[in-house]
Design a protein around this ligand. Structure first.
Ligand code: FAD
Ligand code: NAD
Length: 477
């Protein structure tokens, strides 16, 4: 008899595994199909995020930052270090351990929640029916499911001008696994991955050149902070070239030769030891649905959904990177929870206006809500309060005082419209802004909230005070 479930989830990344766990918590008989196989040839839950995304990149960012600081940043603390050496193999082994402890953790959570984990390929056949091809098998089984959640994630965009060879020209997964520090590293794309992985290898000693197509740096961020960030990253040795169009890539004698047109239209050539292509990701929809299923995709190839993540087919949902919106783990997870709740007859909700973005560089950059340019373009009357970390006692004590907090509030209602942070601990500080904005807070609400001293969070408090020109530790203009 065919296997039968209340819910079958295809994909066990942060969207799919979270959806599966929440479904099981709500009493639904749940299965999750996933086809990820790790470098050792073993199934590994957690998708891109845990295996080759958020987690391994943050492990390397942490290790490389410590190496860099111990090697060259402790002198001003009066700590003298000599003979500091890099053991990249040990650094990579630590990364692998962090990844495996988390992926095994998901397997454990599936067991405790009685979720059936199926290793292999899933395919939507029609509403109520999923095809499952177990790993290594040729035959597809049919599983019946009252509800189906599609969470197959995304994969890197490739460039015709820079084909990957898995050795010298790689994508982000390859760049997380280098066995030696390249002397010269080229990166196509100065987006989130380019900047994070560029920072890792720069700190470990590589000369890093980023070739970015857009003339504007980090166009999705607030322009004022992006300008500051560009200066800081450049001073760290990241050679960021904007407005570049790569026209061809050749490899010869273990070297990569890149031909590109610079912002002035001049033809340029760059030679590097390794090249990373990091120009965005695209949804995994190839073979996701049988042709007869008639699953509707949008014009960009994402699964087409409504505001409740419902596809055009009854009881079939789609979440995470395979649907519109930012390709972020926490966005996919929230969609997973919301869909599970809806299947169980409850109200699920994702506030798409309040999804925080974080760049895990040094210093970090994080934001939520609208940029000043977006608020201006909408014709909203607004006020801005900002506070530099250079005036924060804690930031000075920590030794990272670059950057600022900027709060944009409606001039009439004082409701907070956007919060932008470049500075130490930005990834954690942004959570306060998200909570405040979720509750419809005004800048005055934040200004009236007591913040412990000395903390980095005081900079958020001071920026809120600055909206009303009453910050204490800076001159109000
Ligand atoms: P995925 O994580 O891609 O998981 C999908 C899973 O489904 C995979 O295991 C895949 O193999 C499987 N699958 C696909 N098709 C099928 C099928 N037909 N049958 C069975 N299984 C299938 N986001 C953040 O929020 N913060 C970060 O710091 C961050 N850092 C990142 C760093 C890097 C280098 C990269 C590449 C990404 C990063 N991201 C980060 C993005 C984040 O990884 C993705 O947004 C997130 O993983 C998307 O989750 P998902 O569940 O939709 O898909
Ligand atoms: P991205 O969209 O952040 O950056 C890609 C960059 O490449 C853009 O700046 C784009 O203008 C540029 N580009 C595109 N085509 C180009 C070309 N032909 N030549 C030169 N430049 C070109 O994408 P990404 O960095 O690849 O990351 C993929 C996804 O993963 C993102 O959506 C991101 O949200 C997610 N991610 C998130 C985090 C995080 O949350 N910290 C970290 C890594 C990745």
């Amino acid at each position: 008899m065919a296997k039968s479930f209340d819910v079958v989830v295809i994909g066990a990344g942060p969207a799919g595994y979270v959806a599966a766990i929440r479904c099981a918590q709500l009493g639904l008989k749940t299965a999750c199909i996933d086809d990820w196989i790790d470098a050792a040839g073993k199934p590994s839950l957690g998708g891109t995020c845990l295996n080759v995304g958020c987690i391994p990149s943050k492990a390397l960012l942490e290790s490389s930052e410590r190496y860099h600081e111990i090697k060259s940043g402790l002198g001003e603390h009066g700590i003298v270090t000599t003979g500091v050496k890099l053991d990249l193999a040990a650094m990579q082994a630590r990364k692998a351990k962090v990844v495996s402890s988390l992926t095994q953790g998901i397997a454990g959570l599936f067991k405790t929640n009685r979720i059936t984990a199926l290793t292999g390929k899933g395919q939507l056949l029609e509403s109520g029916r999923v095809g499952f091809t177990p790993r290594g098998a040729a035959e597809q089984e049919v599983i019946s499911a009252q509800h189906i959640i599609l969470a197959p994630g995304s994969r890197p965009v490739t460039l015709g001008a820079a084909p990957l060879d898995g050795d010298l020209v790689v994508d982000s997964s390859g760049a997380l696994a280098f066995g030696e520090v390249p002397k010269r590293l080229g990166i196509i794309g100065a987006g989130v991955i380019g900047l994070e992985l560029g920072s890792v290898w720069r700190r470990l000693g590589a000369e890093v050149v980023l070739l970015e197509a857009q003339k504007e740096f980090l166009s999705m961020a607030d322009a004022e902070l992006a300008t500051q960030a560009l200066k800081i990253f450049t001073s760290q040795g990241l050679d960021i070239r904007l407005g570049c169009r790569v026209t061809g890539v050749k490899t010869a004698r273990r070297q990569v030769q890149i031909a590109y047109q610079d912002a002035d239209g001049e033809v340029q050539e760059l030679k590097v030891d390794r090249l990373v292509v990091a120009v965005g990701r695209r949804p995994n929809t190839d073979g996701l649905a049988a042709s007869g299923a008639r699953l509707q995709l949008d014009e960009k190839g994402y699964v087409d959904i409504d505001e409740h993540c419902r596809t055009n087919l009854p009881n079939v949902y789609a979440i995470g990177d395979v649907v519109r919106g930012p390709m972020l783990a926490h966005k996919g997870s929230e969609e997973g929870v919301a869909v599970a709740e809806r299947i169980a007859g409850k109200a699920g909700h994702v506030d798409y206006d309040l999804i925080p973005s974080v760049l895990y560089t040094h210093p970090e950059m994080a934001w939520v809500g609208r940029t000043e340019a977006a608020v201006k373009a909408a014709g909203t009357d607004y006020r801005v309060g900002s506070f530099p970390f250079a005036a924060s006692g804690r930031a000075l004590a920590v030794g990272t005082s670059e950057g600022m907090v900027k709060i944009i509030a409606d001039a009439g209602t004082d409701r907070i419209l956007g919060v932008h942070i470049l500075g130490p601990g930005a990834s954690e500080l942004i959570a306060e802004a998200v909570v405040a904005m979720s509750f419809g807070a005004s800048s005055e609400d934040l200004a009236l909230t007591v913040h412990a001293h000395p903390t980095l969070a005081e900079a958020v408090h001071e920026a809120a005070l600055a909206v009303d020109k009453r910050a204490i530790h800076i001159r109000n203009r």
